[in-house]
Design a binder for this molecule. Structure first.
Ligand code: PEP
Ligand code: MG
Length: 580
């Protein structure tokens, strides 16, 4: 077994196809001064063709993985437009009398070496971008054919030294069962795209190979743990085939209920939505039968880059998600950085208690420029679906009013510019700070909905840092205090006629389902992989019985008593279902 790094989960079993290295045949003869203009024009023509090709790839890719992933190609377009790149090429032509293709090749090598020497992962990635886009330009200058992957053979597992985003964009997931790259990292753009396309990927096996892999060898890869078996034994193939079948079967089995309405046997509808942090997760959410997105953690849009995303960049993503949901709800939470989520390019102060510090809505209200940019992008996207806006970490009425005042400003600006937005867009808040629970009746009069963030609510209610391993045993979501907090929040929401959902991890915990049914919340939002399991349980759990059992929970004195009542009830429900 060769141990690589798992970069995109899933098992693939098949035969290899080794991507040949691209070798250029460059003209050797020198050119004449009289040819300079012609060679420049050839470079310009190559750049024009490359740019329109990249634009086309962007368009095609946007349909598959969404606009968020296509910014990789914006970097390629920027390189082609960069005067420094062009000056280097022209300099080589003029000073060394070299033909356009030779000058381009030398300019690429020059910049790639320069970036590669820097001890900085980001810059090394840029070297890959230059190589990728440079090769495209060279291909046009030389009239060299595209590297084509076989499409008439059995689907295969692609082996490459490294795979550029351009090459990956050309891959048809129907033909490629999985990918192994000798180099590469889990954070590279290619790895991000493989995950988005759902193709298993293992990277970084370069130094683990005793001999080169050849096309047509039998191979098994597991993109979850990075294991690669070349010419595997019969036992290994059988073992992984079984695992693969089990994974597919379990998924397919549950898939049967993806289109079923989330209703209990006694008629209570509990909408099951997805928590996502990028467009690519949406596809998985939708195939899991999610009823919209109950929490879009937008901070991930702000990560993996070196500056704040522009209004248009954000708008593109929000709009793509809203459109893809086709009218199902999309709750966009405004930026929630700070605490454990940092941005490389945004210097946050060192704090003794970062979770209690400068974060989330507090940053938004302090940096109104950033906040308004995000609000404008969300408002503009609101025309493309059922978009709702949600503020994180709210602890007072003042914060809601201050945030809404900026929202009003953003609306006025859009109106003045004649840009449409949904005037009825619903506004909600996360209930994740104990103070918000205590004044839930006041907050409920300011907003259209609540979403309970149990992850933070547990940490703040119990004063237990959710990141601290040392005290993780004290992080008890079933603590009696939390139970009361949940009840207070739901009661306040109901009294004031607003809707209430749950979007923390507890929403996807099967044991908590009777509790949500007894509290009569409207929506649970969770990671996609939990949705079908929760739905399967929901379809056979009576709300009436849940209410009767959960009455007892408020008399419990400890978490373990609460858990034991919930588990016993769940076991009884299961038995009843099993016995028909
Ligand atoms: C929560 O706190 O429960 C929540 C959903 O938000 P996050 O996990 O992003 O803090
Ligand atoms: Mg939170």
């Amino acid at each position: 077994m060769i141990q690589g790094i798992g970069a995109s989960a899933g098992i693939a079993i098949g035969r290899t196809f080794v991507l040949p290295n691209w070798e250029w045949e460059l003209p050797e003869q020198k050119i004449d001064v009289a040819d300079f203009a012609r060679e420049f024009e050839r470079v310009y023509e190559g750049i024009r063709t490359s740019k329109s090709e990249i634009e086309q790839i962007k368009d095609e890719l946007r349909d598959v993985v969404g606009s968020e992933e296509t910014h990789i190609f914006d970097a390629h377009l920027a390189i082609l437009d960069d005067p420094v790149f062009m000056n280097e090429i022209q300099g080589i032509i003029q000073r060394q009398y070299k033909a356009a293709e030779v000058a381009v090749k030398e300019a690429i090598d020059h910049f790639v070496t320069m970036f590669d020497l820097l001890d900085d992962e980001y810059m090394k990635e840029r070297a890959l971008d230059i190589k990728d886009v440079g090769n495209r330009l060279l291909k046009h200058l030389l009239g060299a054919p595209e590297i084509t992957l076989p499409s008439d053979t059995q689907p295969f597992i692609l082996i490459a030294k490294e795979l550029s985003p351009s090459q990956l964009a050309n891959i048809n997931p129907k033909h490629v069962l999985g990918i192994v790259t000798l180099a590469g990292s889990t954070t590279s753009h290619s790895a991000i795209m493989a995950r988005a396309l759902g193709i298993p990927l293992v990277v970084g096996i370069e130094n683990k190979l005793d001999e080169a892999i050849m096309t047509g060898q039998s191979i098994v890869i597991d993109g979850s743990d990075g294991s690669v078996y070349i010419d595997p034994s019969k036992e290994i193939v059988e073992q992984y085939s079984r695992l693969h079948t089990e994974q597919v079967e379990a998924k397919r089995e549950l898939q049967r209920i993806a289109d079923r309405k989330p209703v209990t046997p006694d008629g209570k509808t509990l909408e099951l939505a997805a928590n996502i942090s990028s467009f690519k997760e949406l596809e998985i959410a939708l195939s899991s039968g999610a009823h919209g997105v109950g929490l879009f953690r937008t901070e991930f849009l702000y990560m993996d880059r070196n500056r704040f995303p522009l209004e248009d960049e954000q708008f593109d993503v929000y709009k793509s998600v809203a459109e893809k949901l086709g009218g199902e709800p999309l709750v966009i939470r405004t930026l929630d950085v700070g605490g454990d989520k940092q941005l490389d390019y945004f210097e946050l102060p060192e704090e003794d208690n970062p979770f209690l510090g400068y974060r989330a809505i507090r940053i938004s209200l302090d940096r109104q420029d950033l906040f308004k940019t995000q609000l404008r992008a969300i408002l503009r996207a609101s025309c493309y679906g059922q978009v709702k806006l949600m503020y994180p970490l709210i602890s007072s009425v003042d914060e809601i009013r201050a945030a809404n005042a900026i929202l009003e400003e953003a609306k006025r600006e859009l109106e003045a510019a004649g840009i449409p937005y949904d005037k009825g867009m619903k506004i909600g808040v996360m209930i994740e700070v104990p103070a918000a629970v205590i004044i839930a009746d006041l907050l409920a009069q300011e907003v259209d909905f609540f979403s309970i963030g149990t992850n933070d609510l547990v940490q703040f209610t119990l004063a237990v840092d959710r990141m601290n391993e040392e005290i993780s045993h004290l992080y008890e979501p079933y603590h009696p205090a939390l139970l009361r907090m949940l009840k207070m929040t739901v009661d306040a929401a109901k009294r004031h006629g607003i809707t209430v959902g749950v979007c923390g991890e507890l929403a996807g915990d099967l044991r908590a389902l009777p509790l949500w049914l007894s509290l009569d919340v409207e929506e649970l939002s969770m990671s996609s992989h939990s949705i079908l399991q929760v739905k399967e349980r929901l379809l056979c759990t009576s709300q009436k019985e849940s209410k009767a059992v959960c009455e007892q929970l408020y008399q419990c004195r400890t978490s373990s008593e609460i858990i034991s009542i919930l588990e016993n009830f769940t076991a009884r429900m299961n038995e009843k279902t099993a016995n028909g």
